[in-house]
Design a protein. Sequence first.
Length: 163
Amino acid sequence: MLTALRMELSKLESLNPGATEDFQTQVGETKGLVENTMQSVRNLAMGLRPSMLTTWALSLPCSGWLGNLRRRCSFDVSLQTKGDLDDLHEDLRTCIYRVVQESLTNSARHAQAGTVRITLNGSDGEIRVVIQDDGVGFDPLASVQRGLGTVGIEERVREWEGA
């Protein structure tokens, strides 16, 4: 739909060659806004499920996410992988990636953490994901309002019969 909008704006621009400078400026600014929106949607889609999850090992997309996070946040983050993580089902890799992504987002937004450590361990047909930070923490049983991110993590993990 954004591509169609961009095309319609170009058509509108060409239909009125004698338009005022204000009109041309407004159409140009609107086209720029559409382009920026399209790029934001692409970035969001890639953030939710990087294409490299399809072909590469899980640690590579997570490392990319960590690199972006290091540039934006004030805490130190490390990733350690152990065991067999290369032959995981693509949907399971996406699940793990999203759990790590949401957990890091929570650490950045709420925990006031200085350090975050992520460990991904695959052995004996099981995957263990451990995310630890030195932040303020919270009691999940005492929290009356749970955020969508936490609910999303629980749903994703439950889908794979995890705990």
